[in-house]
Design a protein around this ligand. Structure first.
Ligand SMILES: Cc1cc2nc3c(=O)[nH]c(=O)nc-3n(C[C@H](O)[C@H](O)[C@H](O)COP(=O)(O)OP(=O)(O)OC[C@H]3O[C@@H](n4cnc5c(N)ncnc54)[C@H](O)[C@@H]3O)c2cc1C
Length: 417
């Protein structure tokens, strides 16, 4: 049979959740997955433990999605973090939050999350076509008609594009969703890599590769990007760690328009310039013969202290011989160390795609296209991104559920007529 009530492109968390919501409502549903196995990204998520959501309130959750955050409200109202935890618990996958924030399956196995979704699809007679790459969507008179695959054309008046973005092609990302959307007349924002390591022009970061710091504050001067504070890591080619990943999407989309993005690192944001001046005055009085780098290293790792003192040409200077300009330079590099971001580790290693189908052209209450009837979008293919920590998986689940419910409502309204 090649006629279905609902066709879904992509068997990731968004597509599978949508299939469950639609099939439970009685829709004959099919899911096309281009790879030989469903949910590859879900299986590797959270280091194979799957950080499927978090315990933040709905308001804080929405805020974390930045300027587009309000778009996700209707989907969260259908199924929020609590709802997702209940959903999986009913599928015999209880969840835990050991740190009070991040939520994982109690078994710590992403495979349990995926298997429960697949069993529920099977129970509701969802047809899953593996190695079933969707090649084109068929549209006629402003209404979707079907999906063309290597195995022929499948017909339906309701289609969900849940094919993800461009990040991690090794786990199935194809970017095809953008082509389907463009074909339907949609605008695509970006896209660029997000939740990704950033590369710096300065070579000194490589000397510190592997050094991690807590509570580092990153600012992007002369932009509206709010400063972010959190755990940080130096890498061979630049910087990474949760705080960097969280700001990486905005920086990577700036890199689409400009060659580099200057940023500033505050290694001790709780210590003001005045406190540092007082430290230096005290050291001069009491520890005149001690090297500046060793004194600064009472606050910072020695390797970082050495690099910062070298920037002020004071790597081997005693504190008693430190000039005022050199002291000021050291303090300014501790509180606002300039770094020039020139690139990212790219889509190959990005956990997310920044950008996607323009939200203005999609109805947030149904996730249906405002341009083509019966065409829905859910998950990463849309221009909405959350930080690290279960935000994006929750969005995939909530948006998939909403698209499935909306398709079922359209179906029911046609049945009534
Ligand atoms: C390594 C890694 C770890 C992550 N860890 C977490 C985490 O712990 N918590 C969290 O919240 N988020 C995490 N994320 C992000 C999260 O995995 C994604 O946000 C989420 O998977 C997006 O879901 P989706 O269903 O929209 O897309 P995807 O999961 O990308 O699924 C899309 C599916 O569509 C298929 N497809 C593509 N094109 C076609 C086509 N033409 N025809 C048919 N099928 C097609 C793909 O093969 C894929 O299976 C992680 C991402 C990565 C890469």
């Amino acid at each position: 049979m090649k006629n279905f009530d609902f066709l879904i492109i992509g068997a990731g968390p968004a597509g599978l959740m949508s299939a469950i919501f639609a099939s439970r409502a009685g829709l004959r549903t099919a899911v096309f997955e281009q790879t030989p196995a469903p949910g590859k990204k879900l299986l590797t998520s959270g280091g194979t433990h799957c950080n499927l959501t978090n315990t933040l309130s709905k308001e804080l959750f929405v805020e974390s999605f930045g300027r587009n955050g309000r778009f996700i409200f209707p989907a969260l109202n259908l199924i929020d973090s609590k709802g997702v935890r209940e959903f999986f618990s009913k599928l015999s996958v209880p969840t835990v939050s050991d740190d009070g924030v991040h939520v994982f399956p109690k078994s710590q196995k992403a495979s349990d999350v995926l298997n429960s979704l697949l069993s529920e699809c099977e129970k509701n007679n969802v047809s899953l076509f593996l190695n079933g790459k969707a090649q084109n969507i068929i549209i006629s008179n402003g209404i979707v008609q079907g999906v063309e695959t290597g195995h022929g054309i499948y017909h339906s008046s309701k289609i969900l594009v849940a094919s993800g973005g461009l990040s991690y092609p090794s786990l199935g990302a194809s970017g095809d969703g953008y082509n389907f959307a463009k074909f339907a007349g949609h605008k695509i924002v970006g896209p660029s890599p997000a939740l990704v390591e950033l590369y710096a022009a300065e070579k000194w970061t490589g000397e510190l590769a592997g050094l991690s710091l807590k509570n580092l504050k990153i600012s992007v001067p002369y932009t509206k990007i709010p400063p972010k504070t959190g755990d940080f890591l130096f890498t061979h080619l630049g910087i990474s760690g949760p705080v960097v990943l969280d700001i990486s999407g905005e920086i990577s989309s700036m890199l689409l328009r400009q060659k580099n993005v200057p940023i500033s690192l505050n290694f001790t944001h709780k210590l003001t310039r005045d406190l540092w001046l007082a430290n230096f005055a005290e050291w001069r009085k009491k520890n005149g013969t001690k090297k500046v780098k060793n004194l600064v290293s009472t606050y910072l790792p020695l390797s970082l202290s050495i690099v910062i003192c070298r920037m002020a040409s004071a790597e081997d200077t005693d504190v008693s011989h430190l000039s005022a300009p050199a002291r000021d330079k050291i303090i300014s590099h501790i509180l606002a160390c300039p770094l020039t971001i020139v690139g990212t580790a790219g889509f190959e290693k990005a956990m997310l795609t920044q950008g996607g189908v323009d939200l203005k052209e999609v109805n947030p209450n149904t996730l249906e296209s405002r341009k083509i009837k019966g065409l829905f979008f859910a998950g990463e293919v849309l221009d909405i991104q959350g930080p690290c920590g279960g935000f994006n998986m929750q969005w995939a689940f909530s948006s998939g559920a909403l698209a499935g419910k909306s398709a079922a409502e359209i179906h029911a309204s046609f049945q009534e007529k």
